[in-house]
Design a protein around this ligand. Structure first.
Ligand code: C2O
Ligand code: CU
Length: 461
């Protein structure tokens, strides 16, 4: 009996690795059902006890939602958690009412309630969805999944693979470490860093790919605070999109991906296996294996990257509205006091009494903190100065911005994204056209930083 169970579970495991998971969430073409609830999950460590997580449809990551560009996506969402939640569709230039920010764009969805998200998806690319109420806790417990908007014109990929990376903090029994949630130590430093790396919920999964195939690889960083330093061995694939938006292709074998970010690659598979490693620690940590097998299929078609449609041109900036944002706070920082609820307080007091640690322009950020009121149609330059000792992964809701990125080399590269990784001390301009009305968050996607003050609202009307 036991043996049979073992075989059963190991064979389903194999299947799930070689065949992309078929989404149980799909009701029909553009209609999906998601349920958030307490779920059991087994991390595949040695002392593998079952762990309690909060998941969508009892899967980690949540089911892949994929829909054609230009369609209306409908997600019927049921909250079976014991606390309120919402879903944010990260990277979608959404209508404000369905952006999913609890207490800003909608009331929180209470336990037992159902909420229907319905919005058009007008950009093709790699996105993701995640809880947006107490995100620092709900996302860390597993409430996220991939959202793929498919191109309508053919590009010629033989395979399309999505990998969702997460950095869990597990205890010695390989269970989600609840006790350390909310640690001020984490909040004042880089955020909640983990000790267990998963790709699509597994450690170092093996993915079978065909020799001579052209693969579109979509990589999503769903971790709370970890910037991964990934490296492909044997290959130098082309980066073709950042945060969903197509870019001028460039080759990279090592790269960083910060919390909230996505990178799409074109992988031209030859006869060599490909391994993905994480390089933050001294020894490269095996992350995923792509095992090449021979195939008689008609592969390696002509790739037509021009069918990856650019979203927008860089806007005219001569009339732009300039908004300065000075980021301060955290451990080893220069912030001694800040405004909180209209009162000036010492950082020491704010940290110990309110768990607030970070400030924008001298004020502890929150959903009540207005960064700017912008007239619709304006071009905006957010002039950001990371005056802290930490990296920050700055995310804007409802828009993508142009940025002269220093993420890929010492030379700047003009790219379009929705989440930008800033080095300590870096000053950067994020340029966007304020063409989407509503209340939009701008925050650090190191979710503990956002919870402790690195957040504000840009209002566009
Ligand atoms: Cu992906 Cu406000 O977040
Ligand atoms: Cu941050």
């Amino acid at each position: 009996m036991k043996r049979r169970n073992f075989l059963l579970s190991s064979s389903t495991l194999m299947l799930s690795l070689t065949i992309p998971k078929i989404s149980l969430a799909r009701v029909n073409k553009n209609y999906f059902k998601l349920t958030a609830q307490l779920s059991k999950f087994k991390f595949d460590g040695k002392g593998n006890k079952t762990s309690n997580l909060w998941l969508y449809n009892q899967q980690s990551p949540g089911p892949s939602i994929s829909v054609d560009k230009g369609k209306q996506l409908i997600v019927e969402f049921k909250n079976l958690l014991e606390e309120p939640t919402t879903i944010h569709w990260h990277g979608i230039r959404n209508i404000n009412a369905t952006d999913g920010v609890a207490n800003l764009t909608q009331p929180p969805i209470e336990p037992g309630e159902t909420f229907i998200y319905k919005f058009p998806v007008n950009d093709a690319g790699t996105f993701w969805y995640h809880a947006h109420n107490k995100s620092w806790e709900q996302v860390s417990r597993g409430l996220y999944g991939p959202l793929i908007v498919k191109d309508t014109s053919p590009i010629g990929f033989d395979r399309d693979i999505t990998l969702v990376a997460d950095d869990w903090r597990l205890n010695k029994d390989y269970q989600f470490d609840e006790k350390s949630l909310g640690s001020l130590m984490d909040w004042s430093h880089q955020g909640r860093l983990g000790n267990w790396l998963t790709i699509n919920g597994e450690s170092n999964p093996k993915i079978t790919i065909e020799e001579n195939s052209n693969v579109r690889l979509r990589l999503i960083n769903a971790s709370n605070a970890r910037t991964f330093n990934f490296k492909f061995n044997n290959y130098k694939p082309e980066i073709i999109a950042l945060d969903g938006a197509p870019c001028i292709p460039f080759k990279r074998s090592s790269f960083q991906i910060a919390p909230g970010q996505r990178i799409d690659f074109l992988l031209k598979i030859n006869n060599k296996n490909l391994n993905l490693f994480e390089n933050s620690t001294e020894k490269p940590y095996p992350t995923a294996i792509f095992e090449v097998k021979k195939s008689s299929a008609n592969l390696n078609k002509v790739i037509n990257l021009t069918n990856l449609k650019k979203w927008n041109k860089f806007p005219k900036i001569n009339q732009a509205e300039i908004i300065d944002i000075h980021m301060q706070g955290g451990a080893m920082g220069n912030l001694s006091s800040a405004i909180f609820n209209g009162e000036k307080k010492s950082l020491r007091e704010l940290a110990s009494k309110e768990s607030k640690l970070w400030a924008l322009n001298g004020e502890i950020g929150s959903y009540n903190y207005s960064i700017a009121d912008i007239k619709i149609g304006k071009t905006v330059i957010l002039k950001i100065w990371n005056d802290t000792s930490w990296k920050h992964s700055m995310h804007l809701h409802g828009h993508h911005f142009w940025v002269n990125s220093l993420e890929f080399s010492k030379k700047t590269k003009m790219v379009m994204r929705d989440t930008y990784l800033m080095k300590p001390g870096e000053k950067v301009d994020l340029v966007f056209q304020a063409n989407n009305p509503g209340l939009w968050l701008f925050h650090c996607h190191m979710l503990e930083h956002a919870a402790s003050g690195m957040v504000g609202v840009i209002s566009i009307s």
